[in-house]
Design a protein. Structure first.
Length: 228
């Protein structure tokens, strides 16, 4: 029986375009000024960049290069979250989720299933994203969040073993939903159940050897606890 569902964001709960066309450019435009003006988080982000890229690395150039390559390095994702926080608080940004997400999360919770987010976006960014969506505040439907700092890299089976040890339950009681086959492969290698989300709107690749759905409404419920 499924006890927890763990959800990716980009391409799974939310359109790729909302992240790539809105969030990412918003952050890129502000990276140089944020570091140059030493705004909050700058020392930690800069230390993290130098740790990964070398002590002599040009911090801003490295961050911009990582951003342009869509690398998921934690210092960049931390900085994204800090920049987006300003945007959310100023009302310039808001979360976007597919219409099938809220009804599914509500139903799964009614069945007693716990729901978690695991994204490369920082936990700060995730919480902002789900607290101010076009469908209202979804945070009350979520049990917790993992990012690359608290969960580890998303393509490593060890990350899923670690998350399992935090949320509890046998691996085969845990279901991971993602649009990325490499992430699904890593979760399956850790013993989890997997469902690939291939959203036609996103032009998502198919889910390889994983069961695939186009919306959360189609996620098979046979292994979920019954509805009360
Ligand atoms: C609102 S979190 C922003 C998503 C993000 O920064 C990202 O890199 C997408 O990663 P995901 O693991 O959700 O595919
Ligand atoms: Mg994704």
């Amino acid at each position: 029986m499924i006890s927890s569902v763990v959800l990716d964001i980009e391409g799974t709960t939310s359109p790729l375009s909302a992240v790539h066309d809105i969030l990412f450019p918003y952050a890129r435009d502000r990276i140089a000024d944020w570091i140059g003006d030493e705004r909050p988080g700058t020392p930690e982000v800069s230390d993290g960049v130098r740790e990964l890229a070398g002590a002599d690395a040009d911090v801003v150039a490295t961050l911009l290069d990582w951003h342009d390559q869509n690398l998921k390095h934690s210092p960049l994702k931390t900085l994204h979250g800090l920049i987006w926080e300003r945007g959310f608080l100023a009302g310039e940004l808001r979360g976007v989720v597919y219409p099938d997400v809220r009804p599914a999360l509500t139903e799964w919770r009614e069945r007693g299933v716990r729901i978690w987010i695991y994204s490369s976006g920082s936990v700060l960014a995730q919480r902002l994203w789900f607290s101010k969506t076009d469908q209202g505040d979804l945070l009350p439907l979520l049990d917790g969040h993992f990012d690359t700092v608290s969960g580890g890299p998303k393509r490593e089976p060890a990350s899923y073993k670690h998350i399992a040890s935090v949320i509890g339950g046998r691996p085969d009681e845990l279901l991971f939903l993602s649009d990325a086959v490499a992430e699904l492969d890593a979760a399956r290698e850790a013993g989890w159940r997997t469902v690939g989300v291939s959203r036609p709107e996103d032009g998502s690749p198919d889910a390889g050897t994983h069961p695939a759905v186009a919306t959360f409404a189609a996620v098979p419920r046979e292994e979920f606890p019954p509805q009360p």
